[in-house]
Ligand binder design. Structure first.
Ligand SMILES: CC(C)(COP(=O)(O)OP(=O)(O)OC[C@H]1O[C@@H](n2cnc3c(N)ncnc32)[C@H](O)[C@@H]1OP(=O)(O)O)[C@@H](O)C(=O)NCCC(=O)NCCS
Length: 174
């Protein structure tokens, strides 16, 4: 997952008003609605940052949204929590990720996830966090992320995390 290269004709850009975000359809209404109605507003308020993957016609083929957050140490698995202070701890949040239906099954979801994790890793050199956390919208999303080493937070089956140690190892290509 170290180098992330999108296929020829695709480009990744910070979400802008001109991007045709209201016609994006991933098959998951919540994922589409976020992009259509909230992603830009939240970006303008510096609450989250969204990157849109555009094809050569300028169609939005996919996107991801990153934010920051906190988890309580008591929500973490014992083997991670025991090395950490007993308080709220900083995390990177992969808030949303989606690929348009006509673009699914071509590896773009994997590449967007890899790029989102690369962004987290790079940001972590400046702003430390202990894990990347995400909330799955449904079982499909959960199955997707579980393929890529995300683990369940104990007692929260739809909240997954990737420890910063695992992220580091991934970025080194382990
Ligand atoms: C989940 C989603 C992002 C996958 O995107 P995609 O571009 O079709 O995925 P890719 O083609 O990159 O697939 C990468 C790998 O994951 C697998 N995969 C894809 N979707 C999967 C799923 N739902 N469950 C399990 N594995 C899945 C693929 O088979 C592929 O495996 P392989 O490398 O062994 O062949 C896409 O289906 C989507 O946007 N769904 C609706 C929105 C959503 O659920 N978003 C996530 C929560 S915010």
């Amino acid at each position: 997952m170290s180098g992330v290269q999108f296929p020829d004709g695709f480009r990744l850009e910070p979400l802008r008003r001109e991007h045709p975000r209201k016609t994006f359809r991933s098959g998951q209404a919540e994922v589409d609605n976020w992009l259509a109605t909230r992603a830009l507003q939240h970006q303008e308020k510096h609450l989250s940052a969204t990157r849109a993957l555009l094809d050569s016609r300028g169609t939005v083929a996919g996107y991801y949204t990153l934010a920051t957050g906190q988890v309580d140490f008591s929500d973490l698995p014992e083997e991670i929590a025991r090395r950490l202070p007993r308080r709220q701890l900083p995390v990177a949040v992969l808030a949303w990720l989606g690929v348009g239906e006509e673009f699914q099954g071509r590896g773009l979801g994997r590449l967007l996830l890899a790029k989102a994790l690369r962004d987290c890793h790079d940001a972590g050199r400046t702003f430390a966090f202990i894990a990347v956390v995400l909330d799955c919208v449904d079982d499909n999303a959960r199955a997707f992320y579980r393929r890529f080493d995300f683990q369940e937070l104990p007692g929260h089956p739809y909240r997954l995390f990737l420890s910063v140690q695992r992220l580091e190892a991934m970025m080194k290509g382990d």
